[in-house]
Design a protein around this ligand. Structure first.
Ligand SMILES: [Zn+2]
Length: 444
């Protein structure tokens, strides 16, 4: 699978990460289902935006993009996104792009404009528009666009190779195509076909990349090879923030770093980004982020509880519940990654097993089985992680817990509550269960 990676001219924002988290979930699901996955994600380190950014800062392009590449890898690690097998950089693949463009020229699908740039001739690809359903008869025949990004209404011949202009400064390559640099779209065609093959299975990206980027990738690649380029396109929908389009001018624009600086937990952000079906518009809210945090806590507490379970056998109830969970979780994920239904089947399971735990109806062997299933599911979700089982309480805290137990026994709820609050300020969370009080350290 090929997933369009970041353009490394700025820190990635949560809309970008919606795509990357969705792609991670897809990949993890395919692996869970036993598929072999080779995942390629490119790094766009040369395009209009990176050149402009480096010039603004007055530093060389490479120094500028290296900084954001490093930041990108830190961000995906924080979000527990698994690494791709290859992260090709565009600047390392100029010769592959030149070869591809030469092929297109030799076949008569590309031509040199009077500005010395090389353009793809859209009218030479009869299927142009099949992905984004753009109306091809509205194309302006013979007119050209040299920018990397443009709207459907502006569809026309697009630049494969951009001849050097003074605006590019010291960013250029001397090639058989002349002095210049590649257009953005040819980068992904060249790198995906190099590391996968001329035809590959899955290509993902945000829906905003469908036109012109992916439409152009198809046209270039299929005209060059004469083969189908991609078997399945998967696009995630837009993200909104608090019900509005995310934009700096609305004051609701967030990079991952903005949220981490505000103290939000990256795994809660991961959970939230993944919990809406990828083909649905997603509304990111801070309330949603809080619920994501409690959902993860619920799962972690569940696992902690299971580690302690030593009750009697449930007489097959646990096995039945596990089978039900597996069937429902797998069935819904197989249904175009229906994560909403998959997650609710997981929380139904947690609730039902918790009821059995309440009456001491889960044996040690059964709980081990449950933990195994939960951890397999977490290989896909990537939100529970390693759950620490509590170590011995520090003495001072232990005394407070005992004191509170005493207060509870004498029904002195006021004091019990005040001790609970005191423990909370020390980062200790209490939970009253049928087996007595349990505690864990609060995740920050
Ligand atoms: Zn791309």
């Amino acid at each position: 699978m090929y997933t369009c990676g970041p353009t490394v001219y700025d820190f990635a924002h949560i809309g970008n990460f919606r795509a990357f988290v969705f792609e991670d979930l897809l990949k993890r699901w395919l692996l869970h289902r036993g598929f072999k996955v080779k995942h390629v994600m490119n790094l766009t380190d040369i395009d209009d935006k990176t050149i402009m950014g480096s010039q603004k800062q007055g530093i060389p392009l490479k120094q500028f993009t290296d900084f954001y590449v490093k930041a990108f890898f830190e961000d995906i690690k924080a979000l527990n996104i698994e690494n791709a097998d290859v992260y090709p950089k565009a600047t390392d693949h100029i010769s592959e792009m030149v070869t591809l463009i030469k092929t297109l020229m030799a076949k008569g699908f590309a031509y040199k404009g009077e500005d010395n740039s090389i353009y793809f001739s859209v009218c030479k690809f009869p299927d142009y528009g099949k992905l984004s359903h753009i109306k091809v008869d509205e194309l302006k025949v013979g007119s050209r666009v040299s920018q990397d990004e443009y709207a459907k209404e502006e569809a026309q011949d697009f630049a494969l190779w951009k001849a050097w202009t003074p605006d590019d400064g010291d960013v250029f390559w001397e090639t058989e195509l002349g002095k210049g640099r590649p257009g953005w779209h040819i980068e992904c065609s060249a790198m995906s076909m190099k590391y996968l093959s001329q035809t590959f299975d899955i290509h993902c990206g945000g829906v905003d990349n469908m036109f012109p980027h992916h439409e152009n990738e198809i046209a270039q690649s299929e005209n060059a090879t004469g083969k189908r380029f991609v078997n399945y396109w998967m696009h995630n929908e837009h993200l909104q923030v608090e019900g509005k389009k995310m934009a700096k001018r609305f004051g609701n624009f967030y990079t991952l770093r903005d949220l981490l600086t505000k103290g939000y937990d990256p795994i809660s952000i991961r959970y939230l980004l993944m919990s809406t079906h990828y083909r649905q518009q997603f509304n990111f809210t801070f309330e949603g982020l809080e619920s994501a945090k409690s959902a993860i806590e619920r799962l972690r507490n569940f696992v902690r509880r299971l580690y302690e379970a030593e009750g009697k056998e449930s007489e097959g109830k646990v096995t039945t519940l596990i089978e039900k969970l597996e069937a429902c979780f797998e069935g819904s994920m197989d249904d175009d990654l229906n994560i909403g239904v998959a997650l609710s089947s997981l929380f139904d399971f947690v609730r039902e097993i918790n009821s059995l735990l309440d009456v001491n109806d889960v044996s040690k062997e059964e709980s081990a089985k449950i933990i195994k299933v939960i951890m397999e599911i977490d290989d896909v979700l990537g939100v529970i992680g390693k759950v620490e089982v509590e170590e011995a309480l520090p003495k001072e805290i232990d005394l407070l817990v005992q004191k509170r137990e005493g207060a509870r026994k004498t029904k002195n709820w006021k004091e019990a509550d005040s001790i609970r609050a005191q423990l909370k300020t020390m980062g200790i969370v209490l939970e009253d269960t049928a087996q007595g009080v349990r505690w864990h350290k609060e995740k920050t």
